[in-house]
Design a protein around this ligand. Structure first.
Ligand SMILES: C[S@@+](CC[C@H](N)C(=O)[O-])C[C@H]1O[C@@H](n2cnc3c(N)ncnc32)[C@H](O)[C@@H]1O
Length: 195
């Protein structure tokens, strides 16, 4: 049910309550301390692309984004005409092939059916390059109240999930959340389980 048509209809009806309007502070602070602007970065479920815009304006050269809906990608094309079109990928994250040094998580995990969580963790591991990192925020509230996203979880659940597939570095209370998400977010830093 959480397919392309579902997400497209959200964008068409402008029911995009997840849209923070700009890069969120946890992601901005993380990006600001990155030194190497040549790393390959992926933003899955990119939506309006605020993180992409920030990275692009900061001079990060190799950023790729994917979204299952075309509407947000069209929006980004208009907002950032200089961004290479071939890096705006329309498709399903679970079918993406590639190798990335960093994958940024921002309200993508919570948008997926919870049945896909094991697959998400495995796919993240597969998409990361040697020592690659999955970094970002996950919601910290009960999983499912009305049967629709955003789906939450908690630190213990997330640790168990990611330990099975990846190298857990830290999952901790996010200290710099944007106001509506204060005390409802965990910051994650998880790395590829190298073979
Ligand atoms: C809750 S929105 C978050 C958008 C953006 N990350 C933000 O924070 O504004 C979830 C996004 O994931 C996209 N999405 C959902 N399932 C997907 C999938 N399997 N592959 C790629 N994108 C997907 C949706 O189209 C939507 O843009």
């Amino acid at each position: 049910m959480l397919n392309e048509a579902f997400w497209s209809s959200k964008y068409q009806s402008k029911s995009t309550h997840w849209n923070a309007g700009e890069i969120t502070k946890p992601l901005k602070d993380y990006v600001d301390q990155l030194k190497d602007k040549n790393i390959n970065i992926l933003i899955p479920g990119v939506g309006h692309g605020h993180e992409l815009k920030y990275l692009f304006n900061q001079g990060f050269k190799n950023v790729y984004v994917i979204d299952i809906a075309t509407e947000p990608l069209d929006y980004i094309r208009k907002q950032l005409p200089a961004f290479p079109n071939e890096r705006l990928i329309h498709g399903d994250f679970f079918e993406l092939e590639g190798s990335f040094d960093l994958i940024l998580e921002q309200t993508f995990f919570c948008a997926l059916n919870p049945d896909l969580r094991e697959k998400y963790a495995q796919k993240m591991n597969d998409l990361l390059s040697y020592n690659g990192k999955l970094v970002g925020v996950l919601f910290d509230f009960p999983l499912d109240t009305i049967g629709l996203p955003p789906y939450g979880g908690n630190k213990e659940e997330y640790e168990l999930l990611f330990m099975n597939h990846m190298r857990l570095i830290k999952i901790e209370r996010c200290y710099n959340s944007i106001k509506p998400r204060i005390d409802r977010e965990l910051f994650i830093h998880i790395e590829k389980k190298n073979d």
